[in-house]
Design a protein around this ligand. Structure first.
Ligand code: SAM
Length: 371
């Protein structure tokens, strides 16, 4: 059988963290990775789309570019959308929805364009259109070029599928994984998050160390496409480089409720054998036995100025404990305010660009090994 030509697959990145997705796509062996606005483009076949959804920790979504055409008017769009080979990918019995974005094009009304594409889908394929459909066709009209993509992911990739209990202000898993990569973490060292909340950093780190695939337990939209092959998909999920780890991944928090959640999340993720959680405050923190590794933390930020002083005290206490007790460890701190980072008195040597998180801009501050 002749192999079909590769097509473009777009990996949507967290704004400000697209380069991390590029690095991850390269490391996972995807073909032709290239940084483009909003994410990374790779080339491949449908099994690469499935693999990207299954294996990538830092991307938020995987779009399959299925083709397009030139259209200057709604009537062009209407006519050509009816001739588009939707049947190759879409099933009549699976409802779809359409989202359109117009940019510098004569067709500028995205609502009207969506309506034309939906009508074409109904009349040429017999598809059912529903606002609640899991499966989404994304149309981008840029300089009169219409490009269709299928969102093959569904719920954003930060939803790993095995985390149910969420503490206050959790980090998204995709963001936690990106910060781990930016911190040079590859799974081969001890890790400690002393304000771990629901355990996001600790669980991501443990999964990385054990070679567990982030999408192994969740659902994806691509399973509703005509070309989905459940046998190959099951084999892909089963083929795992599961490796025992000599390292342990520690989380602590002063909030006992958060520790119960983190423990339950670790069990659901299947990493309870290598994670240890304990309820304790920063002041009681001591390094675990063994060689130094990475301390990674996102302490509370606080948004109101009036509430800032206790935060400065907390950051100062955190820094003091690390400087006094954690010689040889590296420290990564995620926070909104450079002044809070400075209050730790830690020797930060690297600061990331600002990254949008829950309406705030956070940065990652990193030290080299503490001396
Ligand atoms: C922004 S949340 C961390 C969220 C976490 N990264 C997650 O993904 O769920 C900050 C955490 O710091 C904890 N915390 C605040 N002060 C602390 C202290 N003095 N000692 C230990 N934990 C503290 C809070 O209980 C809270 O869970």
């Amino acid at each position: 059988m002749t192999k079909k030509p590769d097509f473009e697959i777009f990996l949507v990145g967290i704004p400000g963290l697209e380069d991390v997705v590029l690095e991850e796509a390269r490391a996972r062996g995807f073909k032709g990775p290239k940084r483009v606005p909003g994410g990374v483009r790779i080339l491949g076949q449908w099994h690469d789309v499935w693999r990207a959804n299954l294996e990538l920790r830092c991307a938020t979504r995987v779009l399959a570019r299925i083709g397009g055409f030139h259209a200057e008017h709604l009537s062009d769009l209407d006519r050509q959308a009816r001739k588009f080979p939707w049947r190759e990918w879409l099933r009549k019995d699976v409802a779809v929805r359409v989202e359109t974005a117009c940019h510098k094009s004569r067709i500028y009304h995205s609502g009207a364009a969506t309506q034309r594409i939906e009508t074409a889908l109904v009349e040429s394929l017999g598809a059912t259109i529903s606002d609640d459909a899991d499966l989404c066709i994304k149309a981008r009209i840029d300089h009169d070029e219409v490009l269709f993509s299928i969102d093959t992911t569904g719920d954003s990739l930060h939803k790993r599928g095995h985390k149910e209990a969420i503490a206050k202000a959790p980090l998204r898993e995709t963001m936690a994984a990106s910060f781990l990569r930016l911190s040079g973490f590859t799974g081969n060292e001890t890790l400690l998050d002393p304000m771990c909340g629901s355990g996001t950093f600790v669980i991501e780190a443990a999964e990385m160390a054990l070679g567990l695939k982030p999408g192994r337990t969740r659902e994806f939209s691509f399973t509703q496409l005509r070309n989905f092959d459940s046998l190959t998909w099951s084999q892909m999920k089963a083929a795992s480089s599961l490796a025992p780890s000599d390292f342990r991944f520690y989380g602590s928090d002063r909030d006992k409720g958060a520790i119960s959640m983190a423990t339950a999340n670790a069990v659901r993720a299947g990493v309870e054998g290598v994670t240890l959680f304990s309820a304790q405050t920063i002041s009681a923190l001591t390094p675990p036995d063994g060689p130094p590794g990475l301390v990674i933390v996102n302490p509370p930020y606080g948004t109101r100025i009036s509430k800032k002083q206790p935060l400065f005290d907390l950051y100062a206490a955190f820094g003091k404990v690390l400087i006094e007790r954690f010689k040889g460890w590296r420290v990564s701190l995620v926070t909104v305010d450079s002044k809070l980072a400075k209050a730790t008195k830690l020797p930060f040597a690297h600061t990331s660009d600002p990254i949008l998180h829950g309406g705030l801009k956070v940065k990652l501050f990193r030290t080299d090994r503490l001396v």
